[in-house]
Design a binder for this molecule. Structure first.
Ligand SMILES: *Cc1c(COP(=O)(O)O)cnc(C)c1O
Length: 405
């Protein structure tokens, strides 16, 4: 028995089902366990580690900043927050930002912003604002956010839920048009659904949805917590269709794989609805997080990580398309955001991930049937070749095991 795993089993809430590996060190693309075994990280902590583990520039910056100034709360200004938000706005083309820590907090911030905008700007009657979300969405785990979800497990046992959310089929532009009412404040959408299984909507969907929103004075809010910051081969996944959202949610990689850093960005006329005391967070925008966030954005640009993601993602996808296995139903993705749909008749994504782990490759299944491959964006061809070889062998082993049984 493994004592670190036993301790977690005894003291940690059972809200996750981790693979049985105890990690003690990370550097670049690699992680090491407590027995000295090395793993290629093809999960990047749900895309939070796009820069790679312990990026030297971030490590150096944290060491300096942590010894200088960390937490002051937003009761005061700091020299770090302004430059961080300025850079984020410059890069994304939005006017203003509200800093938070985790993704869910930034989504909550977006929900509050669009509702207050609906009442104070659009003129929606009090408490009647509606937000449209998509089937299969994942926006986080708070009560308001799971109220937007159609995944039964996210809601079961946690009700009652706040009203004001409507669902439309992801990718169905006509359904969105039918769902819009005079009380619709916003359409909140992931450009590619990550937790939903790396689901890519039909080409042109985002552009058409943004246009529909503009026609009806509805805010188009992109949740790019996972797809943003280079993951799909562009800085934002919205850039693939030239869509400029009215509101944008960033998190995960914004913290450089070092800290939780998130934000909601929006046009000035939307962000202006917030007045002192409306909303806040003790840690949101703290100097340490702001310094890390700014450096994470600078590294992203200077190392050209979105372009690397596009090139290496295309290479990974082409290599995966070469694999012939009855276990694979589909390979889909954009940039280094790839999902392999396993045919449940022939195998399980969990079994694939466990077998990959034994071979030194870490990944995690999503929605039982999809193996996600989302390595740090610094991955190169040699590492991809190695990873594809492991996957090919694992699928062969699992396929022949099935034949034998
Ligand atoms: C991960 C994720 C969130 C939630 O972020 P947390 O930091 O876990 O709260 C929200 N939206 C999307 C699209 C995500 O991938």
């Amino acid at each position: 028995m493994h004592s670190a795993i036993d301790l977690e089993a005894q003291y940690c809430a059972g809200n996750y089902h981790p693979l049985p590996v105890v990690l003690i060190r990370g550097e670049g693309l690699y992680l090491w366990d407590d027995r000295g075994k090395k793993y290629l990280d093809m999960m990047s902590a749900y895309s939070a580690v796009s820069h790679g583990h312990a990026h030297p520039r971030l490590v150096k910056l944290v060491q300096e900043q942590v010894a200088t100034l960390n937490i002051v709360s937003r009761a005061f200004h700091s020299d770090r927050l302004g430059p961080f938000l300025e850079r984020a706005c410059e890069l994304t083309g939005l006017d203003m930002a509200l800093p938070m820590n985790t993704g869910a907090e930034a989504v909550e911030t977006a929900i509050k912003a669009v509702r207050k905008w609906a009442y104070t700007v659009k003129g929606v009657p009090e408490d009647r604002a509606e937000i449209i979300a998509c089937t299969g969405n994942f926006h986080g785990r708070t009560i308001a956010i799971v109220a937007m979800s159609d995944e039964p497990q996210y809601q079961a046992g946690f009700g009652p839920f706040p009203p004001g959310f409507a669902l439309v089929d992801y990718g169905d532009i006509d359904a969105l048009e039918r769902a819009i009412t005079p009380n619709t404040a916003a359409f909140v959408v992931e450009p590619i659904q990550g937790e939903g299984g790396i689901v890519i909507p039909p080409a042109g969907y985002l552009k058409a949805a943004a246009e529909l929103c503009r026609q009806h004075n509805v805010l188009f809010v992109a949740d790019e917590i996972q797809t943003g910051l280079g993951r799909t081969g562009r800085l934002l996944a919205c850039d693939h269709e030239g869509v400029k959202p009215d509101g944008l949610i960033l998190g995960k990689a914004l913290g450089g794989g070092v800290l939780p850093v998130s934000m909601f960005l929006a046009r000035r006329d939307v962000m202006r609805v917030f007045t002192p005391g409306d909303h806040g967070s003790t840690f949101g925008g703290n100097p340490l997080a702001a310094a890390v966030g700014l450096e994470a954005l600078n590294i992203l640009v200077e190392e050209d990580l979105p372009a690397k993601s596009a090139a290496m993602g295309a290479y990974l996808k082409a290599e995966l398309d070469e694999i012939e296995s009855p276990l694979i139903r589909e390979v889909r993705g954009k940039g280094l955001f790839v999902g392999i749909e396993i045919d449940p008749e022939h195998g399980s994504a969990r079994a694939v991930c466990e077998a990959l782990m034994k071979r030194g490759l870490l990944s995690k299944e999503t929605h039982e049937t999809v193996v996600r491959l989302a390595p740090p964006l610094i991955i190169g061809k040699a590492e991809i070749d190695w990873a594809v070889r492991q996957l090919r062998d694992v699928l062969e082993d699992l396929g022949s095991m099935q034949l034998a049984s």
